[in-house]
Design a protein around this ligand. Structure first.
Ligand code: ADP
Ligand code: MN
Ligand code: MN
Ligand code: MN
Length: 596
């Protein structure tokens, strides 16, 4: 039912109309069918070209095989080959096997169930290994052509229970819910992947045992030194279009050897069926090319982009006028279930979601307009038009699209948070303000504290070196530093000492504060808050002494900069303590995750 609303016309099963050829005489046909596809139009003229080609080619066997692989079976039989595809025990490996079906089909319901040996895929115990495949979606087979098909299946026990790795079953329940159907959920999935050299498992185009030049020139690039594996990406693009997959584009990625394609927007469960089929096709093409496909979220450690599977999502009400408010409510729900989503968004995602390389930290939920460092990004257009879609940037390249699309629909359409937790979540999202305020001030304070510490250290050193000469005539205890100080007045010595301490503690507090604030967790914010209060106390002391020094004359002109800085720092440190405190109260009163 939902399928009728798919925005891009999908023609999964345009098999018959597409490929029926005029049925000329069987004689002609049977010869033609022996020829390579590309040679077929010329068949009449060079009816012996198959033979000639095979003999002349460097590898005759391969050419003959190719001829057989391209055999057109249609003139001889109605039978077709169906490639049954399912997801193996790791939850990411695709498996498939073929069977003959008596005639072309247009709908998965026309196909028989089938079984496989689950003990060989890590999905069933050896003594009871039978797992049953239920055909769920069909696509044209770009490898075999003709009326042959790829069949996306999910797996059940013989008694009809979905096996644990069958994530489609739950997704189909969610997308079968009337509330979800009414919202016509669209998904646009950006599948990133990395191509590896087969024997060394090192990215395509990278020197073996070494690294290419740093990232920058590779994204969407052309050229033999910048783009590696384009033929695979392109072959995959066409194969997907042929199969009837709703593929919407491709691009070269930031890390050399890494590519992306987008599928969608597709409605409901279709999105995930299409992604799985496109992954299967990609595995087959890389197999032919002798290249290894990696969906690891962080294939290369260090300063190299990871691979994600951004999931763009909208509901009917998000796409209609006033949709921006619906999007914000959806983001609020998503913030409440951040942990549930993260734990279902792909194995090893913590290596990728570091807060660097256009990702947000895995521990914190954030959203922003046009911000690629957030968990959820809303496009400028969506903000401007007041409707549109959101991009969930958290899913890893190896995520299960059944799980991710199902969760998104569940959290934003079916899940109803209590009013209390909703209010807290709203508050928490507002705390993104204090976070950026706090980190900005911490950074500025760090610099000011460093200047204060440097001047104070100089002044103290100067004081110690000059004092012996100046105080020779005095007797103890008047000679004792810092009651007497060689420059300025009676308050100068105290001012210098406390400024030095405030400066050093301030540097330490700002540094550790920056680290803790960026993590924005209850425990780290508490320690940031404690150290910022200590730094504030010492700064106020230094400021008080500066004031004292100013009111008593004569003043030391060389210390004027330091006097000014202690005044400024008293204000900014107070602000910063306030912003961190806002974060602490916001987070610690938040019940479900304790993290933003
Ligand atoms: P990015 O700028 O993040 O690289 P891409 O252009 O790679 O984005 O992918 C955006 C995806 O979002 C496409 O697959 C597109 O079809 C999809 N999309 C566009 N509009 C919507 C919508 N309203 N709802 C869901 N997905 C959408
Ligand atoms: Mn993209
Ligand atoms: Mn990308
Ligand atoms: Mn994206």
């Amino acid at each position: 039912m939902a399928q009728t609303l798919v925005p891009t016309v999908q023609c999964q099963m345009g098999i018959l109309s597409n490929s029926i050829q005029s049925r000329t005489s069987l004689n002609n046909k049977s010869w033609n069918s022996l020829l390579l596809n590309s040679q077929r139009p010329k068949a009449k003229k060079y009816s012996s070209s198959f033979k000639v080609f095979a003999v002349q080619s460097e590898n005759g066997t391969v050419s003959r095989l190719e001829g057989l692989l391209n055999l057109d079976t249609k003139p001889f039989t109605d039978k077709i080959i169906a490639e049954y595809i399912w997801i193996g025990g790791t939850g990411i490996d695709v498996r498939s096997k073929s069977r003959t079906i008596s005639k072309p089909v247009e709908h998965p319901s026309e196909l028989p169930k089938w079984n496989y040996d689950g003990s060989s895929t890590g999905q069933a115990p050896g003594e009871d290994s039978e797992v049953i495949l239920y055909p769920q979606a069909i696509f044209k087979d770009p490898f075999r052509g003709g009326n042959n098909i790829l069949v996306i299946c999910d797996a059940y026990t013989p008694s009809g229970e979905p096996i644990p790795t069958n994530k489609r079953h739950r997704a189909a329940q969610i997308f079968g819910d009337q509330k979800v159907i009414d919202e016509v959920p669209w998904f646009g999935i950006e599948q990133e992947y990395t191509l590896l050299q087969k024997d060394v498992k090192w990215p395509l185009g990278w020197p073996v045992g070494g690294y290419p030049g740093p990232q920058g020139p590779y994204y969407c690039a052309a050229g033999a030194d910048k783009s590696f594996g384009r033929d695979i990406s392109d072959a995959h693009y066409k194969a997907c279009l042929y199969a009837g997959i709703n593929i919407s584009g491709t691009n070269g990625e930031v890390m050399p050897g890494q590519w992306e394609y987008q599928v969608g927007p597709s409605v409901g469960i279709d999105a995930a069926d299409h992604i799985w089929c496109s992954r299967y096709i990609l595995e087959r093409i890389t197999e032919q090319a002798g290249v290894v496909l990696s969906l690891d979220p962080k294939p290369i450690e260090g300063d190299w982009n990871g691979a994600g599977c951004h999931t763009n999502y909208s509901t009917k009400s998000m796409r209609e006028d006033g949709g921006y408010e619906v999007i914000k409510k959806a983001i609020l729900n998503l913030s409440l279930r951040h942990k549930d989503h993260i734990s279902a968004y792909g194995e090893g995602n913590e290596r990728r979601l570091t807060g660097k390389h256009e990702t947000a930290s895995i521990d914190s939920f954030s959203w922003g307009v046009a911000n690629r460092g957030c968990s959820i990004r809303v496009g400028r257009d969506t903000e401007k038009q007041g409707k549109g879609y959101l991009e969930d940037r958290r899913p890893a390249s190896n995520m299960d699209p059944y799980v991710v699309t199902g969760l998104l629909a569940e959290t934003t359409i079916l899940y109803e948070p209590t009013l209390e937790s909703e209010a807290l979540a709203a508050k928490k999202l507002q705390l993104q303000g204090p976070k950026s305020v706090a980190s900005l001030i911490l950074f500025i304070n760090l610099i000011m504290y460093a200047v204060v510490a440097a001047i104070a250290a100089w002044a103290l050193n100067y004081g110690i070196e000059e004092t012996p000469d100046t105080v020779k005539s005095l007797t103890l205890p008047a000679r004792l530093f810092p009651i007497y100080y060689p420059i300025g007045n009676l308050a100068t010595g105290f001012f210098v000492m406390f400024s030095l301490i405030a400066g050093l503690v301030g540097i330490a507090a700002s540094l550790s504060g920056l680290h803790n604030v960026l993590e924005w967790r209850a425990s780290s914010l508490l320690s940031a808050s404690a150290s910022s209060v200590i730094a504030l106390g010492l700064t106020l002391l230094a400021m008080g002494l500066a004031w004292k020094e100013i009111t008593i004359s004569p003043r030391a002109p060389s210390l004027r900069a330091m006097e000014t800085l202690t005044f400024i720092l008293s204000a900014t440190q107070l602000l910063c303590t306030g912003a961190i405190h806002a974060g602490v109260t916001g987070i610690t009163t938040y019940p479900s995750t304790g993290r933003v």
